[in-house]
Design a protein around this ligand. Structure first.
Ligand code: NAP
Length: 276
């Protein structure tokens, strides 16, 4: 490994399942850039020490994933407004004066993917977001920034939806899980931010007949790519947007900062990430 080649990586626990090393490695090869992007399994207790040492080893920055997203933000010397508002970081850039800048590119990734997968989507109709975890927080931020005035937020644990609605932007209304059926007909955009539908998990069981064919349906789950939700949405005539594009788009700003070139997000990139 060349000492001069810039380094970046993804810090998580566990991190072995992450597609980010394959994605950044592909971009480096395709653009002919020197550099390496590696998976870094780091326990929560070691995070601060690891982040302090990384720049001395040639790292320009890192992605952080579960369970480090909130703690990384609290350790940052500087943070973007969007990271502070969302309350979590996923992209870190080491600063020449020491410490690091924390950013959150999940909302950007979600919106870019939505706009490319559903170009006719308009923020004028209400959105219905399923789930109230970290990903939901980024999606709500993105939808608010995009001009969606009314966001319904349904979660299995109602108290978490109520808490997120109270701390988020205006116009977010918490819903109980059982109220989803009544909310579906008027929804312009339905977003699944829960883990339901992921390989090894139960699927989303919704009253599909209540889904308006004019609704855009977006699933953050990308393993499998075609979830039960997206299959049911297509069968109803809805535009369906899978979760892989969000992963690619959220990764692009970090790559540009660390390796110095805007990476392409296109069909070839999707295929490279999906190929075993
Ligand atoms: P998280 O903070 O752990 O939140 C998980 C959410 O899923 C909670 O709202 C939880 O509800 C809900 N949930 C879990 N099991 C459920 C079940 N059996 N029935 C109903 N609801 C259930 O996780 P996260 O970070 O937000 O991530 C959520 C999903 O988004 C994951 O699948 C992740 O891979 C995906 N994601 C994708 C991207 C991308 O780039 N495509 C980016 C970020 C995240 P409770 O509050 O009731 O527990």
């Amino acid at each position: 490994m060349s000492a001069a080649a810039p380094l970046a990586g993804v810090i998580g626990d566990p991190v072995g399942h992450s597609l980010s090393p394959r994605l950044h490695g592909y971009w480096l090869r395709r653009l002919g850039l020197a550099g390496h992007y590696v998976p870094l399994p780091v326990a929560a207790d070691d995070l601060a020490e690891v982040l302090a040492a990384m720049p001395r080893m040639g790292f320009r920055g890192a992605n952080v994933t579960i369970p480090h997203k909130e703690r990384a933000l609290s350790l940052a010397r500087e943070a973007t407004a969007r990271a502070r508002t969302i309350g979590a970081a996923n992209t870190l850039v080491f600063l020449p004066e020491g410490g690091f800048l924390a950013d959150n590119t999940d909302a950007h990734g979600f919106l870019e993917n939505l706009r490319s997968g559903a170009p006719a989507w308009s923020p004028s109709r209400p959105a219905l977001v399923l789930g109230a975890g970290g990903a939901a927080r980024a999606v709500i931020y993105a939808l608010h920034e995009a001009g969606v005035a009314r966001i319904l937020l349904a979660n299995r644990t109602y108290a978490r939806a109520a808490e997120l609605a109270a701390s988020g932007p205006p116009g977010v209304q918490p819903l109980s899980w059982s109220a989803i059926a009544d909310a579906l007909p008027g929804t312009g955009l339905l977003v699944n931010t829960t883990a339901l539908g992921m390989a090894g998990q139960a699927g989303l069981d919704l009253p599909w007949a209540a889904l308006d064919p004019g609704t855009v349906v977006s699933d953050l789950v990308y393993t499998p790519l075609e979830t039960g939700l997206l299959r049911a949405a297509r069968a109803r005539g809805c535009v369906a947007v899978d979760g892989l594009g969000m992963l690619l788009h959220q990764a692009a700003p970090g790559f540009a900062r660390w390796f110095g070139a805007e990476p392409p997000v296109d069909e070839a990139t999707r295929n490279a990430v999906l190929s075993p």
